[in-house]
Design a protein around this ligand. Structure first.
Ligand code: NAP
Length: 322
C-alpha cells in the first residue's frame, strides 16, 4: 500500500540551501519535511577544508554538513533519507513520489537539488571512469599514492583538487584551456608555489589512454588550443574539475530555466513561475554558487514559503467564512 502524507512544506535536497530552509521553516512552525536525495549533504561532502564559511576559519566540508543536518533536525525539521523520483507541480497539492514508494503531497515545495560535476564528454573518459578517471579527489585521491596525476580545469574546484592531490601524488599537472585561472587568488598563490604542481596553459584533453586488461589509465593526450600541437602526459589518475551543471531532472519541462539550465526565479526572491514552488542554491544560481550564498537563498525560500502559506490559509479562511 502506498504511504501518502500531506505536509505544508517539502524541501528537496540536503546541501546548505536545503538545511537552512529546514531551520527557518521549522522555526516558522511549518513542520517541514526534507528529503535528502542521493548524496546527503551535497557537494560539500566531497570537499576537504572550507575556509570561507563565516565563523569557521577552517572546517572540513563533511563535518560542516553533519552540523547543518543536526541543526535542522534540532529545530524540528524532519529529515528523510530518500530520493524524490518524480515531482508533479502541475496539480495541487504538489506531489512528490520517492524511491522507497513513499508519496508526499505538499502545499509548498522548496527545491534545493543543487548541481553536479560536469564531464568532458569524451568516449575515452567514459571508458576509464572509475578506472583512473574521477571527478572527486577526496573520494579517489588515496588510490594514487606516489603516482602522477592530471587535473583538468581552472576554477576553485580544479585548484583545490590539485592541491589536495599533492598529499598523495608524486606530481600533479593542472591542464587548463586558457592562461588564466578563475580560482580565488589565495588558491592560485598556493598552486603556483607548490613544488609538486605544474600548470599546462592553453591545453585541452583530446583523449584519455590506457590499458585494457586490467582497465587502467596511463595518460592523456592534450592539444594546444592555439597551435593544435599534440602532447602526451603520463598519469595514472585524471581528475575532471570543469564546473558543475544544475540538477534539474525533477522539474524538467515543468519550470522555466535560463543561463544554461538554471531554474529561473523572480529577481531578489526564490519564487519560480509556479506560485508555491521556490528554488534555492546552485539549482538556480549561475553566478555565486557558494555555500554561504546557497544557505542565504535557503533562508529566503523558507521565508517566501511561509508568506505564501499564510496568504493561502488567509484566503481559505475568507472563503470558508463566506
Ligand atoms: P567553475 O568556476 O565554473 O570553473 C570551471 C573551470 O573549468 C573553468 O576554468 C573552465 O575554463 C573550465 N572548463 C569548463 N568546461 C571545460 C571544458 N569542456 N574543457 C576544459 N575546461 C573546461 O567551476 P568550479 O571550479 O567547479 O566552481 C563552481 C563554483 O563553486 C564557483 O562559483 C566556485 O567559486 C565555487 N567553489 C568554491 C569553493 C570554495 O570557495 N572553497 C570551492 C569549490 C567551488 P574557463 O576558465 O576557460 O571557462
Amino acid at each position: 500500500m502506498t504511504d501518502t502524507r500531506h505536509i505544508k512544506v517539502l524541501i528537496i535536497g540536503s546541501g546548505p540551501a536545503g538545511y537552512t530552509a529546514g531551520v527557518y521553516a521549522a522555526r516558522a512552525m511549518l513542520e517541514p519535511v526534507l528529503i535528502q536525495g542521493i548524496e546527503p549533504g551535497g557537494q560539500l561532502t566531497t570537499t576537504t577544508e572550507v575556509e570561507n564559511w563565516p565563523g569557521d576559519t577552517e572546517v572540513q566540508g563533511p563535518d560542516l554538513m553533519i552540523r547543518m543536518e543536526a541543526h535542522a533536525r534540532a529545530m524540528g525539521c524532519e529529515i528523510v533519507g530518500d530520493i524524490v523520483t518524480t515531482l508533479d507541480l502541475q496539480n495541487r497539492p504538489f506531489t512528490a513520489t520517492c524511491d522507497s514508494g513513499a508519496v508526499y503531497t505538499a502545499d509548498a515545495i522548496i527545491l534545493c537539488t543543487g548541481a553536479r560535476a560536469k564531464w568532458l564528454g569524451l568516449p575515452s573518459e567514459e571508458k576509464f571512469k572509475g578506472f583512473g578517471v574521477s571527478a572527486c579527489a577526496t573520494c579517489d585521491g588515496f588510490f594514487y599514492r606516489g603516482q602522477e596525476i592530471v587535473v583538468v580545469g581552472g576554477g576553485n574546484t580544479a585548484v583545490e583538487e590539485a592541491l589536495f592531490l599533492t598529499n598523495f601524488a608524486a606530481k600533479v599537472t593542472l591542464v587548463h584551456r586558457r592562461d588564466e585561472l578563475r580560482a580565488e587568488k589565495i588558491l592560485q598563490n598556493r598552486l603556483f608555489n607548490h613544488p609538486k604542481i605544474e600548470t599546462l596553459w592553453f591545453h585541452e584533453v583530446e583523449e584519455v589512454y590506457g590499458a585494457d586488461n586490467p582497465l587502467g589509465v596511463e595518460g592523456v593526450r592534450v592539444k594546444h588550443t592555439q597551435t593544435g600541437a599534440l602532447t602526451e602526459i603520463a598519469a595514472k589518475g585524471v581528475f575532471v574539475a570543469i564546473g558543475h551543471a544544475p540538477a534539474t531532472e525533477l522539474v524538467k519541462d515543468q519550470l522555466e530555466t535560463h543561463n544554461g539550465g538554471y531554474v529561473k526565479v523572480t529577481a531578489g526572491t526564490t519564487k519560480t513561475e509556479i506560485p508555491g514552488v521556490f528554488a534555492a542554491g546552485d539549482l538556480t544560481d549561475h553566478v555565486y554558487r557558494q555555500a554561504v550564498t546557497s544557505a542565504g537563498m535557503g533562508c529566503m525560500a523558507a521565508l517566501d514559503a511561509e508568506k505564501y502559506i499564510a496568504e493561502m490559509e488567509d484566503a481559505g479562511a475568507v472563503a470558508a467564512a463566506e
